[in-house]
Design a protein around this ligand. Structure first.
Ligand SMILES: *Cc1c(COP(=O)(O)O)cnc(C)c1O
Length: 408
């Protein structure tokens, strides 16, 4: 995949779609794009796929602009409850162009979506589109309930599975298209582990509108080097190895969540059913998410500050952090490492960043990471030392070069 990103397709213009391009010399780009589209449809059980969106945000914009009129109402998940910026955050252009009404989760119900409230809202605001999908919600979604509410008010249905498209591909989470959704969008670079891009999947009747909206509506020439990498990614995502990976990501998340809670950490919704979790650091240790992020950085753990549902605190000093297991799982980490990571996190945060504690835990976390090198990244330095000085890979330093742990 990395080879394709740096291939000659980086330089080739191919505005249009296979068989209908505005440039010559498309013999191979047409094959690549058709392959990516066919693989995307097969993998996600979709009738049509557009693989040209340059990333997740333009992908969602293309759907709104292609299927709706400016000013139309979209029902979407509130940002602090797990939704994405492109789901109508007031700071986003889409938030100004469309009329977003935002629904929430219900803390009293384990953080589930309150479908009674959603049904009442839908009856009141009469949306043209019911949108679901999340960036920071640690549970799976009941797509059939979204679909029946949308049907009651004659709205289209769209699921943005950007964060967990790989887990759907790996049959580890529900597929909204199986529940009859009209549109599903996903990035190619999060749990799908591909190059950075976006994929729109939809029912055949929307194919023309979606394609015209992506190009020429919103974008110019597609990044064919990325589309080629996406085609490889989609093939890998259909293998038993990838299905096993998806299950392991979720198993690791469960283990990490439980180990954190055993160490007194408070998790939003009390756990996880997917690949991520949100820790309420204020409730757990009296630290805001920004401070927690900095302490974890010092320990060698990369996490991000995260707003929690109806967070009273500002976005740069929110109440929590968000953790996920896909990257660590890709490196080959399993249950013992999840327990260690929980210990590093809980101990360092509880110490409020005490220098001696951080120094000790950093050395432990670097030691652990060196046992699970990021293959394909031979020059990377972890803790000031080459990542590849690990006995696990010592025999294969050159021999394993062509493939990293992604197989990419
Ligand atoms: C990441 C994400 C996006 C946007 O993707 P970018 O590639 O960062 O533009 C859109 N929707 C959801 C739910 C996401 O998690």
């Amino acid at each position: 995949m990395l080879e394709l990103l740096g291939s000659v397709f980086t330089n080739k213009y191919s505005e249009g779609y296979p068989g209908r391009r505005y440039y010559g010399g498309q013999e191979f780009t047409d094959q690549i794009e058709n392959l990516a589209r066919q693989r995307a449809c097969a993998l996600f059980r979709a009738e049509h796929a557009n693989v040209q969106p340059l990333s997740g945000s333009p992908m969602n914009q293309a759907v709104y602009l292609g299927l709706l009129q400016p000013g139309d109402t979209i029902l979407a998940m509130d940002l602090s409850h797990g939704g994405h910026l492109t789901h109508g955050a007031p700071v986003s252009h889409m938030g100004r162009l469309f009329n977003f009404a935002r629904y929430k989760t219900q803390p009293s119900n384990g953080g589930a979506i309150d479908f009674d409230e959603l049904r009442a809202m839908a009856g009141h605001v009469r949306p043209k589109l019911v949108l679901c999908g999340y960036s920071s919600y640690p549970r799976d979604l009941d797509y059939a309930s979204f679909k029946s509410i949308a049907d009651e008010v004659g709205a289209l249905t769209m699921a943005d599975v950007s964060h967990y498209g790989g887990l759907i591909a790996g049959n580890a989470l529900r597929n909204p298209l199986d529940a009859g959704f009209d549109v599903m969008t996903t990035t190619s670079h999060k749990t799908l582990r591909g190059p950075r891009g976006g994929i729109v999947l939809c029912r055949r009747e929307f194919a023309g509108k979606i394609d015209a909206s992506v190009f020429p509506g919103l974008q110019g020439g597609p990044h064919m080097n990325v589309v080629a990498g996406t085609a490889v990614t989609l093939k890998k995502a259909s293998t038993p190895d990838f299905h096993a990976y998806a299950r392991l990501v979720m198993r690791n998340a469960k283990v990490l969540a439980e180990a954190l809670m055993e160490r007194g950490m408070t998790l939003i919704t009390g756990g996880t059913d997917n690949h991520m979790m949100v820790v309420d650091t204020v409730a757990s240790v009296g630290l805001d998410g920004g401070a927690a992020e900095n302490i974890l950085d010092a320990v060698g753990i990369t996490a991000n500050k995260q707003i929690i549902p109806d967070d009273p605190r500002p976005p740069l000093k929110p109440s929590g952090i968000r953790l996920g297991t896909p990257a660590a799982t890709t490196r080959g980490m399993g249950e013992p490492e999840m327990r260690l990571i929980a210990e590093f996190i809980a101990e360092s945060l509880r110490s409020k960043g005490d220098a001696a504690v951080v120094k000790r835990l950093r050395s432990n976390s670097v030691e652990m990471c060196l046992r699970f090198p990021r293959s394909g990244d031979r020059a990377a330095l972890i803790g000031g030392r080459p990542a590849f000085r690990s006995s696990r890979h010592s025999a294969g330093r050159e021999g394993s070069r062509g493939k990293d742990r992604n197989g990419n």
